[in-house]
Design a protein around this ligand. Structure first.
Ligand code: MRU
Length: 377
């Protein structure tokens, strides 16, 4: 997508042909900084400390991390150690494990001297595939927006609420939840986006709002607690969020607070959709509440808030007493029964075993417990 007049992806190979450039998202929306990653340890830090974030982008970054390591040491031991190191960075987003498994499966089969080149090639393919998946998600999601627009008075915008950042910054390009929104805007379907600020790290306020502003999408920032109120007043037509891991049953794990939006949407009869590429489906998990590891992040993210002062300095301020501890679960699980549908690259699926298998029949019978045909709760 565009930053000013220039098209950017969130990750790309540097002009040197081997090191990896990323947009360092910690500084947005105040500063646009690019960071150069040259070692796998730097990649691990960038993922853990959220210079890059969002499930699909985490996966692609890890794939490039593997490539950087293969360039230095293509041995089996290094391959396995890199898998472990990168896998430990963020536990919830399944795209991380998916990308690392892809790389390890491919590289283990090859002689050591071929591994670095193959790793760079596959990492680039995974990045390109992500862009294509998001384009398709956008097309399928657009049909939903178009239907809702047809039910409104001419010229009235479709009001879409989104949580966290499932935008182009969370992927390689386009985003998942935002892909239909960008297509609607380009296609002259009027939309207006309510952007949840998404405490504690404020990905909505800092990243989604920046994306919307950069692409001329009408939007309004709201505090996380405002969504239910707006839904009660009929000011939200549709909710679209992303996900870090969706189970084979259609349970959706996403940024903390998503569940509350789904509850409010259900109570008010508002469609609640989740946009996801298939690498975000964990076919091995049958029960999202019991089986998905929920990342617990440092309480400082709750107690300290980043912002820009009137003098232009980007800094942190404390908002709670020094003596007060903070809990920081980063994700929650929305049970499938609260999800109206899953917008995938192959179309819109019901959030259930049957719904997902109808779109991904090749997965039927795969994936441990979830393959047993349990239906959604
Ligand atoms: O902690 P983050 O910022 O990595 O969490 C991001 C989200 O929760 C997104 O909604 C999810 O990764 C989907 S991104 C297309």
């Amino acid at each position: 997508m565009k930053v000013g007049d220039r098209h950017y992806r969130t990750i790309w190979l540097n002009d040197d042909g081997w090191s990896v450039d990323i947009i360092d998202q910690r500084w947005l929306p105040h500063e646009f900084r690019i960071e150069n990653l040259r070692k796998v340890d730097a990649v691990a830090t960038a993922i853990r400390d959220m210079w890059v974030r969002g499930a699909p982008l985490i996966g692609v970054t890890a794939a490039y991390g593997m490539a950087l390591q293969m360039r230095e040491d293509p041995s089996d031991a290094a391959l396995d150690a890199t898998w472990e190191k990168l896998h430990a960075t963020r536990p919830t987003a399944i795209n991380l494990r998916w990308a690392l498994d892809e790389m390890r499966r491919l590289l283990h089969r090859l002689p050591e001297e071929e591994r670095a080149e193959a790793a760079y090639r596959r990492a680039a393919e995974i990045a390109d595939e992500d862009v294509e998946l998001n384009r398709s998600i956008g097309k399928h999601g657009l049909t939903l927006i178009r239907q809702i627009a047809a039910s409104k008075k001419p010229g009235e915008p479709v009001n879409i609420l989104t949580h966290c950042n499932a935008g182009w910054l969370a992927t390689v390009d386009y985003g998942t939840a935002t892909a239909p929104i960008y297509l609607a805007t380009e296609g002259d379907i009027p939309v207006h986006v309510y952007v949840d600020e998404t405490r504690p790290r404020n990905q909505g306020a800092q990243l989604t709002a920046w994306e919307m502003a950069g692409h001329g999408v009408p939007h309004t920032l709201i505090v996380d607690n405002a969504g239910g109120h707006l839904m009660q007043r009929g000011e939200v037509d549709l909710v679209i969020v992303g996900t870090d891991r969706t189970t084979a049953n259609g349970d959706v794990c996403n940024k903390i607070g998503t569940y509350l939006k789904a509850l409010a949407a259900r109570d008010n009869g508002i469609p609640f959709y989740v946009a996801l590429p298939s690498p975000t489906i964990d076919w091995t998990v049958a029960d999202g509440l019991k089986e998905i590891p929920i990342e617990e992040r440092n309480g400082d993210e709750v107690s300290l808030v980043w912002g820009r002062t009137a003098e232009g300095e980007v800094t942190q301020v404390r908002i709670s007493p020094e003596a007060t501890g903070a809990a920081n679960p980063a994700f929650d699980v929305t049970p499938a029964r609260l999800v109206t549908g899953l917008i995938t690259e192959r179309g819109i699926a019901e959030a259930s075993v049957e719904g997902l298998k109808a779109l991904f029949p090749e997965r039927a019978g795969h994936g441990g417990k979830a393959g047993l045909g349990k239906t959604s709760r």
